[in-house]
Design a protein around this ligand. Structure first.
Ligand code: DON
Length: 307
């Protein structure tokens, strides 16, 4: 097998040249201007050895990838009580779908669809000022990425706040069932801001290491969560991390993964590596088009699928 550096470089070169790049997200106006030609891929192992291709160090909007980390934080705060407010079944619906909420008493299907992530954010917010909750999330990201320079892109946050009518509908609807407990504006404010955190592939791949190594972050030298909890978060990433594209992602890639509409995907090869790919163009389900293809190639060449 060729070495990882060669594989990652080959994939980045091939992806750069492909004409089919998907569509950049336009419903958040600030994201519409991102260059669809961008492509980055970073694979990092437990010794901190990184194989790097393309735009590995350009920060992009992590969007829904943040939901993996807010889920981790919320489980740390309230443990399994979280599952009274959020389910853990795949939704089979788009990430911003409203329809299931009415049939299921305001309980979102899982923590990765927008409704579920907003409910998780509400748990983190409980008893704090929005600024404190956000600071907590940001410091957690900086710690996991081993980089204090990580910041929120305020323009993206403001852009989403201005146009986030659907998320406001989801949050208000959940509030009517008591699934959201804080003022809706506070919860949404924190949610929009954590989605607007900007990180590079290298930073995100580093941040994901604890999921690849049974809860232990090998570079930070800390146990972030128990092995059992890491296994469970990975399971939810596999079954729900790509919304109504989760089955196809499992079929083609076979790794726990979480996508974001900024075009990033964080993927976990348990015991082997943490991986982040970025290509801003999305497929019909709102997941990175070339990001998925790149991961499929990586898994073929490394044999890292969990199946
Ligand atoms: O709430 C939203 O719509 C965005 N902040 C996040 C959505 C997202 O990233 C979906 N992922 N593919």
């Amino acid at each position: 097998m060729p070495d990882l550096d060669t594989i990652v470089r080959d994939i980045a070169e091939e992806m750069r040249a492909r004409p089919d790049r998907g569509e950049v997200a336009r419903y958040i106006p600030e994201l519409a201007g991102v260059d669809p030609q961008a492509f980055g891929l970073v694979v990092i192992d437990g010794d901190g050895r990184a194989a790097v291709g393309g735009d590995a160090d350009i920060p992009f909007s992590i969007q829904s990838i943040s939901k993996v980390f807010t889920l981790t934080l919320a489980l740390g705060m309230v443990g399994d009580r979280l599952w009274r407010r959020v389910g853990r079944e795949p939704s089979g619906s788009p990430f911003n779908s409203i329809v299931q909420l009415e049939r299921e008493n305001g309980i979102p299907r899982n923590p990765f669809i927008n409704a579920g992530a907003i409910a998780v954010t509400d748990v983190i917010l409980s008893g704090h000022q929005p600024r404190e909750a956000l600071g907590e999330i940001l410091r957690f990201m900086q710690f996991l990425a081993q980089d204090n320079g990580i910041a929120i892109d305020e323009k993206v946050a403001a852009s989403e706040k201005r146009t986030g009518f659907r998320n406001a509908a989801l949050a208000n609807y959940m509030r009517s069932f008591g699934v959201i407990e804080n003022p809706v504006d506070y919860t949404l404010g924190v949610y929009f801001h954590h989605c607007a955190i900007a990180m590079s592939c290298r930073q995100l791949a580093t941040a994901g290491l604890y999921l690849a190594y049974s809860g232990l972050h090998p570079l930070a030298g800390h146990t972030v969560i128990s092995a059992e909890r890491a296994r469970r978060i990975n399971a939810i990433m596999l079954t729900c991390g790509h919304y109504d594209g989760s089955g196809d992602f499992a079929y083609r890639v076979g790794l726990p993964g979480k996508s974001g509409v900024g075009g990033g995907i964080l993927a976990v090869a348990p015991g082997k590596a943490s991986i982040c790919v970025w290509s801003p163009g999305l497929d019909a389900a709102g997941n990175s088009h070339l990001g998925r293809i790149a991961l499929e190639m990586l898994v073929k060449r490394t044999g890292w699928s969990i199946f």
